[in-house]
Design a protein around this ligand. Structure first.
Ligand code: ADP
Ligand code: MG
Length: 238
């Protein structure tokens, strides 16, 4: 089964053509990493997949269904942002459960999923704390928990670790890899960090100026970067 299929996706903001003929397939359970310079369209591409922006043309299919006109909450995806976007007045438990409640899930289901996710993420001792009473790493885990409880088939991560210090980044990267194995969901993960890309990805997508420059496994791109641009991001030193 195919988790995601993008066909000839374009996105313009006014006269600015940001995404150019994007064709991409993500298989079930695959971990795909997007890399590329700032402004090349990584976040816009995630937002188009999530339905937070409409594609100007082309088709977005999730789990085999074209979702171009399906609202974000009904696409079977969950997105984790760089800025955690937690509600300051809600405790950890309610931050994690809010999306489910809004989906209309019954209270016991919300409770059960929040309990399970909080154990998975080592947050079970912090359920009654508010975001201000948590460390940066804990806040990011709450944001990840909020995505997990929705049990999406496809997770979208937009530079989720870039506000964390180096040690925490490494820990959280290992946690995300473990989650990927446990949940057997598909993940698309945007990062600037070469180590994150090389260690997490089944497949790396290099974006440049709104186009896909090269797609391959970490090893393929490292050993055979198609050009200097890709080599600059991921290639072996030459
Ligand atoms: P990245 O995440 O790779 O840094 P973005 O997807 O955020 O890049 O942005 C790609 C380009 O699209 C940038 O030139 C940015 O200014 C432009 N852009 C993104 N969102 C909007 C918007 N809502 N309106 C106009 N331009 C936008
Ligand atoms: Mg971005």
């Amino acid at each position: 089964m195919t988790a995601l299929k993008l066909e000839n996706v374009n996105k313009s903001f006014g006269s600015v053509h940001v995404l150019k003929d994007i064709n991409l397939t993500v298989e079930d359970g695959e971990f795909v990493v997007f890399v590329g310079p700032s402004g090349c369209g990584k976040s816009t591409l995630l937002r188009v997949i999530a339905g937070l922006e409409d594609a100007s043309s082309g088709t977005v299919a999730i789990g085999g269904d074209v979702v171009n006109t399906v609202p974000p909450a009904k696409r079977g995806i969950a997105m984790v942002f760089q800025s955690y976007a937690l509600y300051p007045h809600l405790n950890v438990k309610d931050n994690m459960g809010l999306g489910l409640k809004q989906e209309g899930q019954a209270k016991p289901v919300v409770e059960e999923r929040v309990t399970k996710a909080s154990k998975m993420l080592d947050l079970d001792k912090y359920l009654t704390r508010r975001p201000a009473e948590l460390s940066g790493g804990q806040r990011q885990r709450v944001a990840i928990g909020r995505a997990i409880v929705r049990e999406p088939k496809l997770f979208l991560f937009d530079e989720p670790l870039s506000n964390l210090d180096a040690a925490l980044r490494m820990n959280t990267r290992v946690e995300i890899a473990a989650l990927h194995r446990t949940l057997s969901a598909s993940m698309i993960y945007v990062t600037h960090d070469q180590i994150e890309a090389m260690t997490l990805a089944d497949k790396i997508v290099v974006l440049r100026d709104g186009r896909i420059e090269q797609v391959g496994s970490p090893l393929e791109l490292y050993n055979n970067p198609g050009n200097r641009f890709v080599a600059g991001f991921l290639g072996s030193p030459s």
